[in-house]
Design a protein around this ligand. Structure first.
Ligand code: MF3
Ligand code: CO
Length: 259
């Protein structure tokens, strides 16, 4: 199946949806503190969405029950908010959120420290976030999907961490998950060529220990060895002027963690 190429108008629409995602994630990030539950974050997200255009993309998707995914510590992705899961000082939580607005989707995630975290955990967050920046820097016309995957994998493995294989980045547009799949590993120079107008959600998932995944129930993916995991995601358009991060307010602003 062909990869969709989006027009300038379509990219503007996706940016509108990306701005809502960014706004909600910014509010959630600020709300993370010891004692708050992952369900409190879900409720806050619902309140935020209520005043804004667009519809939460995850709730109801293949039966997923919430607007957010909140994955704590060794949970990699698709952690389900719960009133019983109180966040504690020293933990990390990945908050993943998507919006559909005017028919177009945007998807983004950030891993946030709860209070003060250990230098080891901070390093995992920093390396994962930088792997996303490095991936985005490869998202230019003429490069290949393998260049992007290689950028993530080489950076991550150089630091002694591992990339998850079971979950991948994805094309995004009028559907949340579209062609192509974008693994967080690969060989430079291999795979489909990136073209102007493609939009891909790139989302490195990095484990401090081994790459193996264990499922807890239908949704929650966690590290098999119990090691902590981090996850950052942006929806990125490939343009003649370089990568355009649609889930950021400013086109040339690559900072993921800090406003
Ligand atoms: N960002 C996640 C993904 O791309 C969100 C999906 S959660 C789901 O897979 F519940 F909607 F599946
Ligand atoms: Co995604």
């Amino acid at each position: 199946m062909a990869i969709h190429l989006r027009s300038a108008e379509e990219l503007q629409k996706m940016h509108r949806s990306g701005l809502v995602v960014h706004e909600v994630l910014t509010a959630l990030r600020a709300a993370v503190e010891p004692g708050i539950t992952t369900m409190d974050l879900e409720k806050l997200a619902e309140e935020k969405i209520a005043g804004r255009p667009g519809k939460a993309a995850f709730k109801g998707y293949k039966g997923y029950p919430c607007v957010l995914c909140t994955s704590v510590n060794s949970e990699i992705v698709h952690g389900i908010p719960s009133p019983k899961r109180k966040l504690r000082e020293g933990e990390v939580v990945s908050i993943d959120f998507g919006i559909e607005l005017d028919g177009y989707y945007a998807d983004s995630a950030v891993t946030v420290p709860v209070g003060k975290i250990s230098p080891e955990l901070q390093k995992l967050l920093d390396v994962t976030r930088e792997s996303l920046d490095r991936a985005i820097d490869k998202m230019r016309p003429g490069n290949r999907l393998g260049d992007v995957g290689y950028a993530v994998q080489s950076w991550v493995e150089q630091h002694g961490y591992s990339v998850v294989r079971e979950f991948v980045g994805h094309g995004i547009g009028t559907k949340m998950h579209d062609e192509p799949n974008l693994p967080n590993y690969g060989e430079a120079g291999r795979g489909a060529r990136l073209q102007e107008g493609m939009v891909i959600a790139v989302e490195p998932m990095v484990n401090a220990g081994g790459p193996e995944v264990r499922m807890r129930g239908e949704w929650v993916a966690e590290t098999a060895d119990g090691s902590p995991s981090a996850h950052f995601e942006h929806t990125v358009a490939i343009t003649a002027d370089g990568p355009w991060i649609l889930t950021r307010p400013k086109r040339d602003d690559w900072t993921v963690l800090v406003e």
